[in-house]
Structure formats: structure tokens, C-alpha cells
Write a protein that binds this ligand. Structure first.
Ligand code: IMP
Ligand code: MG
Length: 174
């Protein structure tokens, strides 16, 4: 099982702060909030309900090929957006940035569709993404380099429904 890294109350409080910040930054606009499935589902659900702005919501699902636990940067779209992002203010919501390769690929893909702006919300950021200067405007928590689960994040599709974020006990899964 998992050991708690970020409890439910701490998640709720941080999401509230991010929502307030986004409300201020996007005042007068109607951003298109794009959640990256499946990991970002609870972040999006909780974030948009804490915001008072009008928003639209859409979803993308991607799979990043990994060798072991590391991203390869090769990404495949499993489900594309329904919305046309031309001229929209896109707010891309990710669960966790590790190498940042998945995000970089998504950013390039979205930029090619001529949005007015694209900014990134990531609930979690690991040290490598921080070091690599991955372009992210709103970060929930900077965490250590461990494998985390819960609040949308999975290990082999399990643990997504945990209300907190936990570190898997035992060795880093391969
Ligand atoms: P990156 O491309 O290396 O930044 O990896 C990002 C993606 O890998 C995330 O969107 C997750 O799907 C997955 N991932 C990376 N670290 C973790 C973790 O600690 N737990 C669960 N999934 C993770
Ligand atoms: Mg993901």
C-alpha cells in the first residue's frame, strides 16, 4: 500500500489557491480547460469548481511510451479534443511532470492549432522537470523523485481513486 505524501485537506487548499490565481489571471476571458486523461481528471474536476470564471472544458487522452518508468517522448493521441482551439485561451491541466517530455509534445501539438494562448497547470512537478525548465505556469506541489499514486495517478491503472497522494511502499516499480 501507499504512504501518504499529500493529504486530502492539503490538496483541497492548494487547488483553491490555484483556482483563485487563475481567476485573477484570466479575468474577463473564458478559458478552454483541457484535461489530460486519465491522470488529471480529479484535478480538473476540483479546480474548475473552485473557479468563479466561466470556462469550457475538454479532454485529451495520450499515451507516452515508457521504458521502465521513464518517458521516451514518443506520444500517441488516444482521444483528441472535441473543441476547436483556434483563438482560444487554452489551459492545459496535467497530473505530474517528470521529464516533461509528454508535456512538451502536447504543447507543440496544441500550438500548431493556432490557439490565442496556452498555459499549463500541473498538480505535481518532479525535480527533473524543474531542472529542465519545463514551461509550466501553475504548479501545485514540487515533490521529490518518487513514484506517486492517488488523486488520479495510477500504478498499472490502480490507486487512482485514492483521495490523497501517496508514495508506493517498496522499490520503485519497473
Ligand atoms: P514525463 O513525460 O516524464 O513528464 O511523464 C509524465 C507522465 O508520466 C505523467 O503524465 C504520468 O502519466 C506519468 N507519470 C510520471 N510520474 C508518475 C508518477 O509518479 N506516478 C504516476 N504516473 C506518473
Ligand atoms: Mg499523464
Amino acid at each position: 500500500m501507499a504512504e501518504v505524501l499529500i493529504d486530502e485537506a492539503t490538496l483541497r487548499e492548494r487547488i483553491r489557491e490555484l483556482a483563485a490565481e487563475i481567476d485573477r489571471d484570466y479575468a474577463g476571458r473564458t478559458p478552454l480547460v483541457v484535461g489530460v486523461l486519465n491522470g488529471a481528471m480529479f484535478v480538473v474536476a476540483d479546480l474548475v469548481r473552485e473557479m468563479s470564471l466561466q470556462i469550457e472544458m475538454d479532454w485529451m487522452a495520450v499515451s507516452s511510451y515508457r521504458s521502465g518508468t521513464k518517458s521516451s517522448g514518443v506520444v500517441r493521441i488516444l482521444k483528441d479534443l472535441g473543441a476547436d482551439v483556434t483563438n482560444r485561451d487554452v489551459l492545459l491541466v496535467e497530473d505530474v511532470l517528470d521529464s516533461g517530455l509528454t508535456l512538451n509534445w502536447l504543447l507543440r501539438n496544441l500550438q500548431s492549432r493556432a490557439p490565442r494562448s496556452v498555459e499549463v497547470v500541473a498538480l505535481l512537478r518532479k525535480p527533473e522537470a524543474r531542472k529542465n525548465g519545463v514551461r509550466v505556469r501553475y504548479v501545485g506541489f514540487d515533490i521529490a523523485d518518487s513514484f506517486v499514486v492517488g488523486y488520479g495517478l495510477d500504478y498499472q491503472q490502480l490507486y487512482r481513486s485514492l483521495r490523497c497522494i501517496g508514495v508506493l511502499a517498496g522499490p520503485v516499480p519497473r
